[in-house]
Write a protein that binds this ligand. Structure first.
Ligand SMILES: [Zn+2]
Length: 302
C-alpha cells in the first residue's frame, strides 16, 4: 500500500496532452490552460464569479469589448447535466447576444445539449477542447504541458484558499468536522453519497448502498451491502450481516454476526483504504481551519 496517498493521484508527468489528462488536471490548472489558449488567440481574460466547487466564469474581451463568457467547470472529470447549464445561463443573464461557452472535459449528459441550445450556450467537451489545444503552435503546447503538469497536477486546489487539498481519508479530523451521525431503521436502497460520523444500521434496516460510504464508525445491527470506508471501528452485532468491500481501522464481528466480503484493516499510520480509487475520491482542504471545503468528484450518477 502506498504510504503517501497523494502519490496515487499524481502520476508522473505525461508526455503529451490527452483528454484523460485534461480530466485528471487540477481544476485550477485547467482554468489556467483555458486562459492561456484565449490569450494565445488574442483575447484579454478576466476571472469572474467563482463557485464553491471551483467552477469559474471567465470573461473574454476582444479589443477591449466583452466578446464571450465562458463557464469552466471545476469538477471537469465528470459529465455536466442540464442543471449545470442552467446555472451558467442564470449567472450570465446580462450577456445579451455575446457568446456563451460551457467547457468541461468530462463531457455532457443527455438533455444538456437541448438545454444549451435553448439558452444559446455552446458546449465544449474534452475532445473539442483538445482539438483547440492542438491548434496552437507545438512549442506553446509543450510549454503549457511542462508548466501545468509540474508537481501534483492531479490533486485539486481548494476553491476557497487555492491550497492543494488532501484525500478525505488522510485528513480525518477535518473530514468529520461538522458531520452528524446517521441512522437507518427500515429496509431500502440508498442511491445518494453517504458521509457521516457514526453510521448506525438498526435491526430492521436492510440497506443496499449504491455509492461508496464514508463514515467515522459503523454499527450494524441489520444488514448492509456496499463499499464502506470507515476511519475507525466497524461493529457487526449478533444477527447482523455486512457484505461488500469494507475498509476500517478495526472490525469487530460479535458472535452470530457475519462479515461477508472483502475486508481491509488499516493500521494507525495507514489511513488510506486499500480499495480501488475511482472518481469517488473526496478531497478536503487541510489549510488551517478557515476552509471547510469538501470536494466530491463522484457526480457521475447525478
Ligand atoms: Zn482552503
Amino acid at each position: 500500500m502506498a504510504s503517501d496517498p497523494t502519490s496515487l493521484t499524481s502520476p508522473s508527468a505525461p508526455a503529451e496532452w490527452s483528454v484523460a489528462l485534461l480530466r485528471a488536471l487540477d481544476w485550477r490548472r485547467f482554468q489556467d490552460l483555458v486562459t492561456a489558449l484565449l490569450v494565445e488567440a488574442g483575447y484579454e481574460v478576466q476571472a469572474g464569479s467563482t463557485f464553491s466547487d471551483g467552477s469559474r466564469i471567465l470573461a473574454a474581451h476582444w479589443k477591449r469589448k466583452l466578446a464571450a463568457r465562458l463557464f469552466v467547470a471545476g469538477w471537469h472529470r465528470l459529465r455536466a447535466g442540464p442543471s449545470d447549464i442552467e446555472q451558467f445561463s442564470k449567472a450570465i443573464s446580462s450577456n445579451s447576444g455575446r457568446r456563451a461557452v460551457f467547457i468541461t472535459p468530462g463531457g455532457f449528459r443527455s438533455h444538456s445539449r437541448s438545454m444549451a441550445e435553448s439558452q444559446h450556450i455552446e458546449l465544449v467537451d474534452g475532445e473539442q477542447f483538445l482539438r483547440s489545444l492542438e491548434g496552437v503552435p507545438l512549442e506553446e503546447q509543450r510549454h503549457l504541458l511542462r508548466v501545468l503538469t509540474a508537481g501534483e497536477f492531479a490533486v485539486p486546489s481548494c476553491p476557497q484558499c487555492e491550497a492543494k487539498m488532501v484525500p478525505w481519508e488522510s485528513h480525518l479530523a477535518a473530514a468529520y468536522e461538522g458531520l452528524l451521525p446517521r441512522f437507518y431503521k427500515k429496509p431500502g436502497t440508498e442511491a445518494e453519497n453517504v458521509r457521516c460520523l457514526t453510521l448506525h444500521l438498526r435491526r430492521r434496516a436492510h440497506v443496499q448502498f449504491l455509492r461508496p460510504v464514508y463514515a467515522k464508525d459503523l454499527v450494524v445491527e441489520g444488514r448492509a451491502v456496499g463499499n464502506f470506508n470507515v476511519a475507525g471501528r466497524v461493529t457487526i452485532q449478533r444477527g447482523a450481516c455486512l457484505s461488500g468491500l469494507v475498509s476500517a481501522r478495526s472490525i469487530n464481528v460479535e458472535v452470530g454476526g457475519l462479515l461477508d466480503g472483502e475486508a481491509v484493516i488499516l493500521s494507525e499510520n495507514e489511513l488510506s483504504p486499500n480499495l480501488p480509487r475511482s472518481l469517488s475520491q473526496l478531497w478536503v482542504c487541510a489549510h488551517g481551519t478557515g476552509c471547510k471545503i469538501v470536494l466530491d468528484f463522484d457526480r457521475n450518477a447525478r
